[in-house]
Design a binder for this molecule. Structure first.
Ligand SMILES: C[S@@+](CC[C@H](N)C(=O)[O-])C[C@H]1O[C@@H](n2cnc3c(N)ncnc32)[C@H](O)[C@@H]1O
Length: 342
């Protein structure tokens, strides 16, 4: 295989951390992805109430299930955000004169093609660097983009958000893209921590394009996260199959059920795994266990819903100045453009 040179968008002081994984995909040197999950999974499972960090949902099966969820009639988020991006990509790219587009939690990058098309049309060249913990998502995105956008420079970064964005050279004008209302998966302490670190990592000519789902009728929200085909239930419970593989634990999806509800005080959909019967869950590698009592819930994922004006006001505190705001005719979803203020 031809030896690839490290992409120029990686900051000089970060270059030693990255190694080539396979054609077009880069990963951090060292087994970082395998070392950290034990601590993350066990500390949150030992919390009260028990919960999990969202990134564990995305093994290969989880990424495939999420793609299928995006096609569901109940899951309005993807098609609504896609329609906004399709209509507004030319305006967004004209307002953000950048050399590089970095997508956080890119998945298969299907909606991003509107931005990439415009970047190539308006600037005649472009660099695209998706950051994702899902290797299968990065590979799918690489294959589709190399086929459809041969002029695009592609560098997939297989890493967690922070490991990825802190490695991007601040001297390269960059549009960071964070779609799918993935921001809604952060809880109230994760969200400010994320934006503090993210804003510090941004360069003076950088922008952020953020997709955020808005508050709406509770029935619409609850149906979107509890679909009639049961795909969301499979997606949420699949996290335990992934954890069993990582930690050699004995979670049994036959002994749990899925439950989703809207919490109106916290303005978030909460997705739980509930024990259908009391049973012991063992983690032999770290010689520990817990008794999962019947009806006790583990909060596997949240999806917060936003008031877009308030979100813009909040992000000002992280030196992100609102540039533009795009929505759909029903005002169900917002795509917000910010500029880093130095
Ligand atoms: C809700 S999906 C959104 C995918 C895509 N952006 C979209 O809009 O359809 C979240 C994506 O973020 C990735 N992800 C979740 N947590 C992550 C983390 N901490 N670091 C990097 N990627 C993460 C997942 O693998 C998944 O591809």
């Amino acid at each position: 295989m031809r030896k690839e040179s490290l992409p120029s968008i990686i900051a000089p002081q970060q270059r030693a951390r990255w190694k080539n994984d396979r054609d077009g995909i880069w990963t951090l040197d060292g087994a970082f992805l395998d070392a950290i999950p034990t601590r993350s999974i066990l500390t949150t499972l030992w919390d009260q109430p028990r919960w999990l960090e969202a990134y564990h949902l995305y093994d290969q099966r989880g990424s495939e299930l999420f793609e299928q969820i995006c096609e569901l009639p109940e899951y309005y988020l993807t098609r609504t955000e896609n329609s906004i991006l399709e209509a507004e990509a030319a305006t967004i790219i004209a307002a953000a004169p950048v050399e590089c587009i970095v997508e956080l939690g890119a998945g298969y990058s299907k909606k991003t093609i509107h931005l990439l098309t415009e970047q190539l049309r308006q600037r005649h060249k472009g660099i695209f660097a998706p950051i994702d913990v899902s290797r299968s998502g990065l590979l799918a995105s690489r294959d589709a983009l190399k086929r459809d956008f041969p002029r695009l420079e592609f560098h997939g970064l297989h890493a967690r958000y922070e490991e990825g964005f802190t490695s991007i050279d601040q001297a390269v004008p960059t549009l960071f893209v964070f779609l799918g209302s993935t921001i809604g998966n952060f809880n109230h302490s994760e969200l400010p921590r994320f934006f503090k670190n993210f804003s510090q990592a941004m360069g003076p000519d950088d922008y952020l394009l953020l997709g955020a789902d808005r508050l709406k009728d509770v029935a619409v929200l609850e149906k979107a996260y509890d679909d009639s085909q049961g795909l969301t239930a499979q997606f949420i419970l699949n996290v335990f199959i992934h954890i069993n593989r990582l930690l050699d634990s004995n979670f049994n999806t036959e002994k749990m059920r899925y439950h989703a509800q809207f919490n109106s005080e916290w303005q978030q959909i909460e997705m739980y795994a509930v024990a259908a019967e009391t049973h012991e869950v063992h983690f032999p590698n770290v010689e520990t266990s817990f008794n999962w009592k019947r009806d006790e819930r583990i909060l596997v994922e949240i999806s917060r819903k936003f008031d877009s004006l308030r979100l813009q006001e909040q992000l000002r505190f992280f030196d992100l100045t609102p540039v533009d705001h795009f929505t759909d005719p029903d005002e169900w979803f917002s795509v917000l453009l910010f500029k880093k203020q130095c």
